[in-house]
Design a protein around this ligand. Structure first.
Ligand code: ADP
Length: 514
């Protein structure tokens, strides 16, 4: 059976309509905003938009159809993207770009736009199809990232500038310090040397930089002990402190150098490096030696006539005539007293010079420790009316040590406790046995010592600034105490608070091994 022609046509027409409906529904369901403009009409009006475009733009179909797309840009007309679109439309070409558009409520949204021409059988552009996506979110993230990057770049530039400034600053310090400085890499090769180094050792930086420390000059730094200490610096961060090297250096002769080395930590690409500071202490040591020699000679020279004068005064005391007045006896008594003080001062100076030359002799014998403390306290107590010296605790032990030297230490601590606490009325002495040591603490409620001064208190000739005018002394008592205690393998230390008082303590091994 054949189908009549008009029925065939109707059937074909129906099929086309169905396909068209299907396509329209598909375009309508798309998440991309789609518009079609008619290029044959003046001003290229929009003739179709899908629901996604309505949603993106916020306008309804009826507000869109018939308009040119430019209504989406509102007043924001100076964007260069607009001329790209114009160009593409006039040349009937496609283009892809991102443009700022505005929703009906005025909110900005970034439109990723793809425009494509539709041509007829004569190659005339009849329509344009525009596909758009709201990429505001992505754009915002991009912009945030961009801003962050800008901020970071600015910070990096700032950091780099300040690093450059500090580098210049550091370099100028390194070049001007009056100490020779070397920077070493982990293989102990010289990375840099300052001017002072090249001047001191009369070398050039060419022959220094790049050479191993141990191969410099005639291998003057190739000392096994120094190698050992330097090897330790990088892994342990233990600095080398006050390492002395006395050597016949090429060009400059015999010198005494003091070495200090520290680990330099550099972040990032740099490896750890070592800063080696070398100080020429030849002259300083020579001056110290001369001072010590002078001290030793002066005290010996003073000691001899003083002993003779003391002998004469003692003889005079024994031969006071019967008819001599009380005043005469008093004057002799005072003379004898001042001679004793002078004798003590000279004895201290002699002690210092003996310590300096390593001639301090210890005669260790066992003695009753508590008894020794008590007798020493009694003697000091009898000469000091204002202060009550109180003994607490005990050790009940015989200690093997040089008793006269330990008495000297205790005497010194007690005299200081009284001297530097003139307004206080009590001094406390506490004895204890701690493990294989005896311990004595002398506490006063006097002027106390600042934390800064506490670090220097046992140094030779150190005296706190504020007491120098008002209290007599030479600043060597504590130095001698420390040397005596050290020579007994004990320790001596101070705990103090300015204005509140001080406690000086020392320990002694009960049965020393040597
Ligand atoms: P000197 O007493 O002759 O100055 P020392 O070596 O005995 O020498 O003491 C050193 C310094 O330590 C003193 O000058 C003083 O500044 C401080 N000092 C020592 N003992 C005390 C103390 N008990 N209280 C406060 N300061 C003290």
């Amino acid at each position: 059976m054949s189908t009549p022609d008009n029925e065939k046509f109707h059937f074909a027409n129906n099929n086309i309509r169905q396909d068209f409906d299907l396509l329209t529904r598909a375009i309508d369901a798309s998440v991309s905003g789609i518009i079609i403009t008619d290029n044959r009409e003046p001003d290229n009006p929009i003739i179709y938009c899908n629901s996604a475009f309505e949603k993106i733009s916020g306008y309804t179909r009826s507000e869109i159809i018939g308009h040119n797309c430019r209504f989406l840009q509102w007043e924001d007309r100076s964007q260069k993207e607009r001329s790209i679109i114009r160009e593409a439309v006039s040349q009937g070409k496609s283009c892809t770009l991102e443009i700022r558009n505005y929703r009906k409520n005025g909110d900005l949204f970034w439109n990723e736009l793809f425009i494509s021409p539709v041509v007829d059988e004569n190659n005339n552009v009849t329509h344009f199809i525009g596909v758009q996506h709201d990429v505001s979110q992505r754009k915002k993230v991009e912009q945030d990232l961009w801003q962050q990057q800008e901020v970071m770049e600015r910070q990096i530039v700032k950091r780099a500038n300040s690093l450059r400034e500090s580098e210049v600053f550091l370099t100028s310090i390194i070049q001007t310090v009056r100490e020779s400085l070397l920077v070493l890499d982990p293989d102990f090769c010289v990375v840099s040397a300052n001017d002072h180094f090249t001047k001191t050792f009369k070398v050039t930086s060419e022959e220094t930089v790049g050479t191993k420390l141990y191969e410099l000059g005639n291998h003057q730094w190739d000392i096994p002990k120094l190698r050992e200490l330097l090897v330790d610096i990088l892994p342990t961060n233990n600095p080398v402190e006050d390492f002395e090297v006395e050597y016949d250096f090429p060009h400059i002769g015999r010198k005494l150098m003091l070495l200090n080395a520290y680990r330099i930590e550099l972040e990032g690409q740099f490896k750890d490096q070592i800063l080696l500071a070398i100080e020429d202490i030849t002259e300083k040591r020579e001056i110290e030696r001369r001072k010590d020699d002078f001290l030793s000679i002066a005290s010996h020279e003073l000691k001899t006539p003083l002993t003779t004068i003391k002998g004469y005064v003692q003889a005079m005391e024994r031969m006071i005539p019967e008819n001599a007045g009380e005043r005469f006896a008093n004057m002799l008594g005072k003379t004898s007293q001042y001679l004793d003080r002078l004798d003590n001062l000279i004895a201290e100076l002699l002690d210092v010079s003996r310590i300096q030359t390593g001639n301090i002799e210890l005669h260790k014998m066992p003695f009753d420790f508590d008894k020794m403390v008590k007798e020493t306290v009694d003697i000091i107590q009898s000469a000091s009316g204002n202060h009550q010296i109180q003994i607490t605790g005990n050790s009940e032990i015989l200690v093997s040590a040089d008793e006269s030297h330990i008495i000297q230490v205790l005497n010194n601590l007690l005299s200081n406790a009284i001297k530097y606490a003139p307004k206080a009325d009590k001094v406390r002495v506490h004895i204890s046995k701690v493990s294989e040591f005896v311990k004595v603490s002398v506490t006063d409620k006097g002027m106390g010592i600042s934390a800064e001064d506490q670090k220097k208190i046992f140094e030779r000739f150190f005296r706190a600034v504020e007491i120098q005018q008002s209290f007599p002394g030479m600043g060597i008592g504590l130095y001698i105490c420390e040397q005596i205690i050290k020579n007994h393998n004990g320790t001596i230390w101070v705990e103090s608070e300015k204005g509140k008082g001080s406690t000086f303590s020392f320990t002694l091994p009960i049965n020393p091994t040597n």
